[in-house]
Design a protein around this ligand. Structure first.
Ligand code: AMP
Ligand code: ZN
Length: 483
């Protein structure tokens, strides 16, 4: 479906179609975002999802819409309780370090702060009230001090993830926060404490909330019974979001969310990057390898959110070059002196790029299309400059267009080293420009062809001293990466 003029279309998991955005409150989009579980550092897969949400909200704002986004911080769950108990510290103290790290990380990546960033443990009473509502409607049952939602009481269960619930075992319970996809069973709203575990003393007894009730309670508290957009990674659609729908719609009798947006995973070697598989990089891991925040942001936003993104270090190297290309272009626009006047062809070219950038993002946040519009413009304008067809009066207009694009992309401000310093990471010594690296590799290839191994070893060493590792493949080609 092609968007009509000015329409923003988004893929809604609920209808499995793209639909035009039509906010309930005219001019304001209300978004709920499942935030991090702060039992350890977030990994770059998590940040793929958070950056997608950032691009989405920045695009809405560029379109003149107000945004009211709520993101939760899951600062109580089984793993947190377990780890805090093992470390003999209160859970708040245990999670504090990871909350702080998350805030530092989103700042480093230029992810805007949501209007409300709310912690689960500050909303226990709201969760208890919601559970009481469900109890009063006869939708729950208690067992050993825990309270469960009876899925068979919600006929629409499965409408989001389209799972077949017919084979579901009535009355079978799931207590843990994380569970396998096919484990669709009655889920815990409230869990009684095991000995030595943290608990709250509440009207519904001692214990702690289940994971799903958190998001329902906080979403409806800040955004109302029906929300425009709810986002998260695809792994959350079932059971987490399905359970949110069941609880919320049962409590209010109204649709909970109009549009569900799910971002696909960041994968590595064909598998989802995840903490449980251990195949993950945190941001700090990559910073320590010499990659910059802007490089990572570019890579993570470059692939449209509904496509899987295969993480490789080669991809990071390309991303670094792409960011440099954008920054160099703006630097050239600002530094170079062009002949006086204004070339109307250039103005037209910029307008075309602006239109294409907007159309790309309006088309279900197609960031690849939006980026292509910019890089095509950069190529054409650079060529026009070289041909001396670009005139001085074209410069401010071109810079303004780049800044407009950057209100969504947030890549142009060269504050990478400063962000790293804030994290206590010493910026690496400047690496060689890519053109020079490739020139040296060419020279080394020539040396090897003429069997001048002394020279070829010297070049390998020189690159190694600059943090570049060469890999000679069997077919004779040479690949390089940062160490
Ligand atoms: P968590 O901290 O595990 O609750 O996850 C925070 C967010 O990251 C959720 O929206 C997840 O769906 C998302 N997420 C987790 N792993 C990945 C991944 N490999 N790629 C993209 N998003 C992910
Ligand atoms: Zn959630």
């Amino acid at each position: 479906m092609a968007a009509k003029l000015n329409e923003i279309i988004l893929h809604n998991t609920l209808s499995n179609r793209v639909e035009p955005l039509a906010p309930i409150h005219p001019g304001e989009v209300r978004i709920y975002t499942c935030g991090p579980t702060v039992y350890s550092f977030a990994h770059i897969g998590n940040f793929r999802t958070f950056i997608f949400q950032d691009v989405l909200r920045r695009f809405f704002r560029l379109r003149g819409l107000r945004v009211l986004q709520v993101m939760n911080i899951t600062d109580v769950d089984d793993r947190i309780i377990h780890n805090a108990a093992a470390a003999s510290v209160p859970i708040r103290e245990y999670t504090e370090k990871y909350v702080r790290a998350f805030l530092e990380d989103i700042d480093a990546l230029h992810i805007e702060m949501p209007e409300e960033l709310v912690r689960a443990t500050d909303h226990i009473d709201d969760m208890v009230t919601l559970i009481e509502k469900l109890q009063a409607k006869g939708l729950t049952y208690s067992s050993d001090g825990s309270v469960y939602f009876r899925i068979s009481k919600f006929p629409d269960y499965g409408k989001l993830s389209k799972i077949d619930v017919s084979g579901m075992q009535a009355g079978a319970r799931v207590d843990v926060d994380q569970y396998e996809k096919d484990d669709a069973r009655d889920f815990a709203l409230w869990k009684s404490p095991k000995p030595g575990e943290h608990f709250w003393e509440t009207r519904i007894g001692m214990g702690r909330p289940g994971w799903h009730i958190e998001c329902s309670a906080m979403a409806m508290k800040y955004l109302g019974d029906t929300i425009d957009i709810h986002t998260g990674g695809v792994d959350l659609a079932f059971p987490h979001h399905e359970n949110e729908i069941a609880q919320s719609e049962s409590a209010t009798g109204r649709p909970f969310v109009r549009m569900w947006l799910h971002s696909e995973h960041l994968i590595i070697n064909g598998q989802k990057m995840s903490k449980s598989l251990g195949n993950f990089y945190t941001l700090r891991d990559l910073f320590a390898k010499g990659y910059k925040p802007s490089t990572i942001r570019f890579l993570l936003l470059s692939v449209p959110y509904r496509r899987q993104l295969n993480f490789t270090e080669d991809g990071l190297v390309q991303a670094k070059n792409s960011v440099e290309r954008l920054r160099n272009f703006v630097a050239r626009l600002k530094a170079e002196q062009f002949a006086a006047g204004s070339n109307p062809e250039i103005e037209k070219r910029i307008e075309k790029a602006e239109g294409e950038f907007d159309a790309g993002l309006a088309d279900d946040v197609n960031t690849a299309r939006a980026l292509a519009a910019i890089f095509d413009l950069v190529r054409d304008v650079n060529a026009a400059m070289d041909r001396r067809e670009f005139l001085q009066q074209n410069a401010p207009r071109t810079v303004a267009a780049m800044e407009k694009f950057d209100s969504v992309l947030a890549l142009l401000v060269d504050d990478d080293d400063e962000k790293l310093r804030l994290l206590g990471i010493a910026p690496r010594k400047p690496q060689l420009p890519v053109s020079q690296i490739e020139g040296l590799i060419e020279e080394r290839n020539a040396a090897r062809r003429s069997r001048d191994f002394k020279r070829s070893d010297e070049i390998r060493q020189q690159l190694s001293d600059s943090g570049i590792l060469l890999e000679d493949s069997k077919d004779g080609s040479v690949r390089w990466k940062y160490k």
